[in-house]
Design a binder for this molecule. Structure first.
Ligand code: FEO
Length: 394
């Protein structure tokens, strides 16, 4: 996509990847993505902020050429992951005089990932500034959004924050800005859930630090930019807060209908008690939808039959992801049926070590659920409601 001017002398020069449908061979991208790179023409220095995925680097190079850039002084590397750094070698081929400006940790990673020589780098520390003549960049070291080397770049005179992945969204639209906030909200929340949620506590601290900076535009490296900065900052404050909602996430899989009958009974029991429930049939669901729901929910109940003496592999996958994403979920339980025996319950609960949850009484039954099993599910719904009331969300 052609470059677009954000402010006088500040351009979006990145690329759209409209039809990309998977990131890291893992994360579904229903709306494609963008790799946003930015060019700042200072009175003395031209600076590129991040590059793009190698697959789209020709679009970045064409944008620089169309803007008549004949000299590039700095390439800022906010993050070493290849969807932003992977185009840097091509940029340096074209502009051999340019230096890569980044922090020490990111420099080490870029030397390993891209085989860049050490003399190509200028390293900066937290709060360090560089002058472009009439403009000033400041670097804010902000580790673990979502790698250990990440930093943010702030353009003082224009009050633009370039936070790389932070505040991003995998959303390839033609709008430069997040004008359609309801659409961007869902996309940004999905992105937060899949990428940022494991680092929630650190991101809370970064949000506090950013309060020191007057910010008029947030220009992330994926998805639309934000002129209404409160929209995305407030959303992040909410998602990273310790507050949970009166919701139960219910990922399930059923082979012969027994576990599904238990799931349907528990759904009705929770609805009767005024608890919101979000079931996900793991044979059909987009795993990203499950991740989004984990951002806010107070409780997760995993429902699985027993196969080959353990949980169904689809339930293993969902449980592994839920554990890796470290949501702020407070309570967990397991329900399901088995034919002759096995270790389903021990294996599922053993996979939840990252979650700081209270484990509520599981309901695991032999064969098709009987009346007493349905009563046990009612007790589980009662226990969930009681816990939700105790923390003031029901
Ligand atoms: Fe968009 Fe962590 O890379």
């Amino acid at each position: 996509m052609a470059s677009r001017e954000i402010r006088s002398g500040v351009f979006h020069v990145g690329a759209h990847h409209w039809d990309r449908r998977l990131f890291d061979e893992l994360i579904p991208l229903p709306d494609g993505t963008t790799y946003n790179a930015y060019l700042i023409k200072g009175s003395e220095m031209n600076v590129l902020i991040d590059s793009v995925d190698p697959e789209k680097v020709h679009e970045l190079m064409a944008n620089l050429e169309n803007l008549g850039i004949s000299e590039l002084h700095y390439v800022i590397a906010n993050h070493a992951e290849q969807d932003h750094s992977g185009g840097i070698p091509k940029v340096l081929d074209k502009f051999p005089e340019a230096k890569v400006v980044t922090n020490q940790k990111c420099k080490t990673m870029l030397m390993e990932l891209l085989h860049l020589p050490e003399d190509k780098f200028v390293t900066v520390k937290d709060r360090e500034k560089i002058s472009l003549g009439d403009r000033t960049l400041e670097f804010i070291i902000a580790p673990w959004v979502h790698w250990p080397e990440t930093m943010l770049t702030y353009l003082h005179e224009d009050k633009i924050l370039f936070p790389c992945d932070l505040f991003g969204a995998h959303l390839a639209g033609s709008d430069l800005y997040a004008d359609d906030q309801s659409r961007v909200y869902e996309s940004a929340k999905r992105y937060y859930a899949e990428i940022m949620m494991p680092f929630r506590n650190l991101i809370q601290k970064h949000l506090t630090r950013l309060e020191e900076y007057p910010i008029e535009i947030i220009a992330p490296s994926h998805g639309p930019l934000h002129k209404d900065t409160a929209f995305i900052l407030d959303a992040y404050r909410d998602w990273t807060s310790d507050t949970v909602k009166n919701e139960v996430i219910l990922p399930y899989v059923s082979m012969h209908g027994s576990t599904e009958k238990m799931v349907n009974h528990l759904i009705d029991a929770l609805i009767e008690r005024g608890v919101t429930v979000k079931p996900f049939n793991l044979t059909k669901t987009d795993i990203g939808e499950l991740a989004i729901s984990l951002v806010d929910a107070a409780t997760i109940v995993i429902a699985t039959p027993t196969v080959l003496v353990g949980p169904h592999p689809a339930a293993v996958y969902a449980t592994y992801l839920a554990n890796a994403l470290r949501p702020k979920t407070r309570y967990a339980s397991v329900i399901g049926s088995y034919g002759w025996g096995g270790k389903m319950l021990e294996q599922i609960t053993g996979m939840l070590g990252n979650l700081k949850v209270e484990l509520l009484e599981p309901v695991v039954v032999k064969g098709h659920p009987k009346e007493a099993d349905l009563v046990a599910l009612n007790r589980l719904a009662d226990a969930i409601l009681e816990r939700h009331k105790n923390i003031g969300v029901a």
